[in-house]
Design a binder for this molecule. Structure first.
Ligand code: SAM
Ligand code: F3S
Length: 428
């Protein structure tokens, strides 16, 4: 029996691609190995969004050099955003059999077929599907954020037709999936490249029709592209979760302009106000949740400009802030600017925002104590059931007697912290 091992780091898109690739390999008769070194086929699904991610990929790749030299008959493939200039990569890493561009995992399947490398025993062993799955709706990105290498590696935006997405989700629901997250670098421009053009709002309506699907989420949004029809679709469709991932990146207009983001702080603030106006508080709890991304230490970011970001986060009180220190990505326009904020200072800014956010979300979550929320139970984690609220808050509860996997549970919250909550089931 032939075995495979897929190593994945990076964004949800990479994890979604890896899951699909693993499904294809299982269908062809491959079995999953527990360690790369024991597998007949190893795939590294890579990320280069920041230097530390790229370093991890290079480390993993280099660690497999000896293994590959000892077992030349085994296969090593590299996919994901590490794969830029394939000729240069082949020269630097001659022991790699195949480089595959991000999301193009079917290339590997075709390669295996063309080279007669498929397992002889084709008994497919389908894996259990998770309760919640990510489904790509578009690939690539048409924005020009000056710090971003992802758009360069992933190319122009390509949307999948709605019928294909609905067909895939229907199949997943038949296998037990209860929640999907529609995925794209910029879901708000979904469907503009299709003929006839469709919108994210249209797609949400179509997916909402699928019987048996309990919840629908989507990410990532772009503040310059979010249509009011999307916000209204979320407000009017009960199974679409009122959770928004809206990266702001910086709280200063000059920095936003240099980042090429295409909106001002005032426009962003107005968008948040609009969203919050459509999701008023209910029973003392927020009607929606909003998460954001921030980069600190972008070239030329002064102390005052960083403080403007800090104050904006204090004012807007997000449910989550994914904060990263700026990392120079060769080949991007920002790489031509001097990387002039020292690493120690970038780290100070990053930590200060992390600390601020822990305090804010701690306060937001404290309001849940004593309240009852509905969660979709995903899995058992360290002896407890775990699920999320519609607003994407992780909730844990104890129940050794019932199998809650995939079910909706009403849980009364008895403890909250910044990153999770604990409660007891009140009824189903
Ligand atoms: N499409 C999303 C958007 O509208 O911003 C984000 C996609 S990006 C691949 C994911 C996150 O990584 C970004 O939101 C940004 O905060 C961070 N990021 C991207 N490039 C970066 C860089 N050069 N240095 C630090 N963080 C970076
Ligand atoms: Fe990158 Fe900006 Fe697109 S962060 S993926 S160019 S929206």
């Amino acid at each position: 029996m032939q075995t495979f091992y897929v190593w994945t780091i990076g964004c949800q898109m990479n994890f979604a691609d890896s899951w699909r690739l693993e499904e294809e390999l299982r269908r062809l008769g491959y079995l999953e190995a527990t360690q790369a070194e024991q597998a007949d086929l190893v795939v590294l699904n890579t990320c280069v969004v920041r230097q530390n991610a790229e370093d991890k990929c290079i480390g993993r790749l280099t660690s497999l050099k000896g293994w590959k030299e000892r077992h030349p008959e085994r296969m090593l493939a590299v996919m994901g955003c590490f794969v830029g200039d394939v000729d240069a990569l082949q020269k630097s890493y001659p022991f790699v059999d195949l480089f595959i561009r991000p999301s193009e995992y079917m290339e590997l399947i075709h390669y295996l077929c063309d080279h007669d490398l498929l397992p002889v025993d084709r008994t497919a062993l389908p894996a259990q599907v998770p309760v919640s799955m990510h489904v790509p709706i578009s690939y690539g990105c048409d924005h020009h954020c000056t710090y971003c290498i992802v758009r360069i590696r992933r190319g122009r935006e390509r949307s999948r037709p709605p019928a294909e997405i609905v067909g895939e989700i229907t199949g997943l629901v038949e296998r037990g999936v209860r929640e999907v997250t529609l995925l794209g670098q910029n879901v708000d421009s979904y469907g503009r490249d299709l003929s006839p053009a469709v919108s994210l709002g249209d797609l949400l309506h179509a997916v909402h029709e699928i019987a048996g699907l309990a919840r629908i989420r989507f990410l990532t949004s772009h503040p310059a592209d979010m249509a009011d029809s999307t916000i209204q679709a979320v407000a009017s469709l009960p199974r679409v979760c009122p959770h928004f991932e809206l990266p702001i990146q910086a709280g200063d207009d000059t920095i936003l302009k240099r980042m090429g983001r295409g909106y001002t702080v005032a426009q962003y603030r107005a968008l948040i106000a609009r969203i919050r106006s459509l999701f008023p508080e209910r029973d003392g709890l927020p009607g929606c949740s909003i998460a954001t991304d921030v980069i600190v230490g972008f070239p030329g970011e002064s102390e005052a400009q960083y403080e403007a970001t800090y104050r904006l986060l204090q004012e807007l009180r997000f449910d989550a802030v994914h904060v990263a220190a700026y990392s120079v990505r060769p080949g991007t326009p920002a790489a031509l600017l001097p990387d002039d904020v020292p690493p120690v200072e970038k780290e100070r800014r990053r930590r200060a925002i992390d600390d601020l956010q822990a305090q804010i979300v701690g306060e937001i979550n404290a309001r849940f104590v004593g309240q009852t929320v509905e969660i979709l139970v995903e899995e058992r984690h360290k002896g407890r059931w775990q699920g999320r609220t519609v607003t994407n808050k992780p909730v844990f509860f104890d129940d050794n007697g019932t199998d809650w996997r995939g079910r909706l549970a009403r849980v009364r919250i008895s403890w909250s912290g910044p990153w999770s909550m604990i409660g007891q089931v009140v009824d189903e």
